[in-house]
Design a binder for this molecule. Structure first.
Ligand SMILES: [Cu+2]
Length: 506
């Protein structure tokens, strides 16, 4: 169900107490304006987690729990969340902090919590080797040694990541630092500095989430026809300031977005996955794969009403036979009404931060990662084969293999740099994520990457037929028995085995 669906819109309006009799004549009875579709609910800011701070030590508690969430008026959706019924609180930390997070699993199934984008010891990474059994707790302790950035955390449970994230196990995390604090950009949380966590979902008639029901949900990863921001379907943000900093996180299982405003206004991209760019990049459209983050500045000083949309044709939705599956369509993601916005005290700076020059670093190792899918295995193994990955051969492979918890694919040396070359021989795009690092994209098909890929990244989209080279620091932590993951962040692909493991040694 989407807000663009006129029948549902009628339902929304009724539940809001509006008469729907003259609906066809009303451009937007919700607020004044000329929007073709109406937002149903207000934008929600994820609550800040109440950490206990003692100098540079800060501790948090997370509870993995089941709940019910009312996304649709009058219908409850069974969901999962951290410290709430759906998603999790904002964890806000500072470079130089020593953080300690105690996560308790109140579910009756095993789960994990992975710190996506964080440079940290392998045994604190929260991947499939750090399972939290039902009713058990796990403490993650690490130092924040990387620049200000918008990260996130989510379940990384072996073969269950996609399902657990879909039902709600993800949450936002912000790192602050002095360099970014010194910039003249919006930074008032919940006022002009806003997390925008984008997810797509499908609903059954009873309000429950519809998850995997057919082969394409596994092949392409689960796509939903309803889009949510911070757990609210296509919400309305009443802008308080005329310059907004949106920390956009694509926390969808599989959907790619081509973000643009409905009036095609330009906006500035100021940060990618791992932190600030050197200078803002002005765009009218921003493509995002699953797990990618971009911070954008949006000027709404014209005090108009605009819609952040996902344009048609993004990512894998038009892939071959999947074209007929109805996964594609324009989505109204976030409605922004700037009518009452107060003048911002900030403006878009011409320069942001200085990024270290890695052009002369020594390369300790070159590695090649061949991304592929094997149709034969997929057909033979069917749904269960793909779900099971591993033993059946699975469908999606890295260097011909699917994930094996007992196999180490790469052995990296700590405090070095490596070049990884991803070659995608499959017919789909894959957003490839590497744990414990923030890398730079060196080349895309032999060419320099776009300015949007000039900053720190932990996830890079590799299109069908593309070759992407990244330059990756291996980080300061060594542990021959601690496993980090590298994988496709289409979560159904990850669960189907498109994942490998590496260790970092002295
Ligand atoms: Cu993939």
């Amino acid at each position: 169900m989407t807000v663009n669906d006129p029948l549902n819109r009628r339902h929304f309006l009724k539940t809001l107490g509006y008469s729907t009799a003259g609906l066809a004549l009303l451009s937007s009875p919700f607020i004044s304006g000329a929007w073709a579709a109406s937002p149903q609910r207000l934008f929600q800011v994820p609550p800040l987690a109440s950490g206990v701070r003692d100098g540079k030590n800060i501790s948090f508690s997370l509870n993995i729990q089941q709940g019910q969430t009312e996304f649709l008026n009058g219908r409850m959706t069974p969901t999962l969340g951290y410290n709430g019924s759906y998603l999790g609180p904002m964890l806000r930390v500072r470079r130089g902090d020593f953080i300690s997070i105690k996560t308790t699993n109140d579910l009756d199934v095993t789960s994990t919590v992975h710190w996506h984008g964080m440079i940290l010891p392998a045994n604190m990474d929260g991947g499939p080797h750090q399972m939290i059994k039902p009713k058990a707790s796990l403490v993650s302790k690490f130092e924040i040694i990387q620049p200000a950035a918008t990260l996130f955390y989510h379940s990384h449970t072996y073969h269950k990541t996609a399902e657990q994230v879909y039902f709600g196990l993800a949450g936002p995390l912000i790192i602050d630092d002095d360099e970014t604090d010194a910039l003249d950009i919006p930074r008032e949380y919940g006022v002009d500095d806003l997390p925008v966590i984008i997810q797509d979902r499908d609903f059954n008639d009873d309000g429950s989430f519809r998850y995997i029901t057919r082969m394409p949900d596994l092949m392409l990863g689960k796509h939903g026809s309803t889009v949510m921001v911070n757990g609210v379907i296509s919400p309305l943000l009443k802008a308080q300031k005329t310059l907004l900093r949106l920390r956009v996180t694509n926390a969808s299982n599989a959907r790619f977005y081509a973000l643009a405003f409905n009036d095609s206004r330009p906006f500035q991209v100021i940060a990618s996955d791992g932190g600030m760019l050197e200078k803002p990049v002005t765009v009218k459209q921003l493509n995002m794969g699953p797990a990618e983050r971009f911070e954008i500045l949006v000027d709404v000083s014209d005090r108009k009403q605009v819609i952040l949309q996902g344009l048609k044709g993004a990512g894998n939705v038009n892939h071959g036979p999947m074209r007929m599956m109805g996964l594609d369509g324009q989505m109204d993601i976030l409605f922004i009404d700037a009518t009452d916005a107060k003048p911002s005290e900030h403006k878009t700076p011409s320069r942001l931060v200085h990024l270290a020059d890695w052009s002369n670093v020594n390369i300790a190792e070159n590695r090649h990662l061949d991304l592929n899918m094997s149709m034969g295995n997929m057909m033979g193994g069917g749904m269960s084969g793909m779900m099971g990955g591993g033993q059946s051969g699975g469908g999606f492979t890295i260097n011909g293999a699917t994930m094996d918890m007992n196999r180490v694919d790469f052995r990296l040396k700590k405090n070095t740099y490596e070049i990884w070359t991803f070659t995608n021989n499959s017919p789909m795009l894959h957003p490839m994520h590497v744990h414990n690092t923030q890398f730079k994209v060196l080349f895309r098909n032999g060419r320099l990457p776009s300015p949007l890929e000039s900053g720190f990244k932990d996830t890079v989209v590799v299109g069908s037929g593309e070759t992407v080279k990244i330059l990756m620091p291996t980080g300061p932590y060594a542990d021959p028995n601690g496993y980090y993951m590298h994988h496709c962040h289409i979560l159904e692909h990850e669960d189907a085995g498109m994942m490998g493991q590496f260790v970092v040694v002295d």
